[in-house]
Ligand binder design. Sequence first.
Ligand code: SF4
Ligand code: SF4
Length: 341
Amino acid sequence: MAIYKLPYSDLNQLFAAIAANEKLYLPVDISEDEAAFRLWKEGDQMTKKLNTLRSAKDFFFPQVQPLAKFRRQGQTIEIMDDRTESEDFVIFGARACDVRSFDVLDRVFLEEPVDTQYQTRRQHSTVVSLACGRPGETCFCGSFGIDAAKAGGDVQAWHDGDNFYLEPLTDKGVKLIDSVSSLLTAGDQEAVDQVVEKIHTILARLPLAGLKPQDLRDKELETFNSPKWDELSSHCIGCGSCTFVCPTCQCFDIEDFKNGENVERYRCWDSCMYNEFTMMAAGTPRKTQKERFRQRFMHKLVYYPIKNDGMYSCVGCGRCLRKCPIQMNIVKVMKALEEEA
Ligand code: SF4
Ligand code: SF4
């Protein structure tokens, strides 16, 4: 599709024009080391950091989400659906890994029975991705066939320091670009190709550039019974940090809270690394940290690909590499399983 150009110095005008029509979320600095998506307001600058601490999955699958309210009146119980996710919104600056994570989550939440809360949020969103000008040492999205230089979404964007380039990829993307067309001029493919080439050169030199996941779909039992899990899980403290920063982790719990005569039902993220995860009256099916640890990685590298034509449920964002307090992560698991093979 056509490519459009905006001088980098006019970026704030672009944000203001988008925000005049719908809510705009942008990654901004929240501390010296971290960035997060926030509702844009005049004066906010887009972060120069590579990625946000928490992924963009929060927009579609928030950490805490009200599901319904129940009101008791005498002998009857009224069910109130007070969903409010009907506003259109734009996520600007999502990286390629996070954009792919939406595909991973779609295959879970949009399968029958469809999760209508998730579906509504997806329908009302427009995703503007941003190519990673400087991919980091913990990035390995390329291992899963993701191109950090062509991030996808409804509109994909690049910048070369002087200009911002935007290419709409979907009808929603075309609509967004049309709404801000007075700020844009025709961009040239050659300038974008140069940015892409530079990014590809950096990607090829990253420490994890050669990492490739094994296809373990026909080795499910063998992988499950691997002696490697003992060693890999031995120091895991079950803190759940890896699951909370992960853009593809999708486990949740549902809890009811009494509020006077009403009961409010919420869903909140859960973690397969927690010892009470999937706790039932008869106890938990995974009694040891090794079993819980193994579940997380078997799901990402074996169970999910079995159910989804070989697609992995890791996007190589590297967040778990940066956040695990014991420096354990999916890269070490992939390498250990490969070593064994
Ligand atoms: S497992 Fe780690 S690297 Fe893979 S998507 Fe989740 S946080 Fe990112
Ligand atoms: S972040 Fe590290 S220690 Fe915490 S649950 Fe995950 S693997 Fe275990």
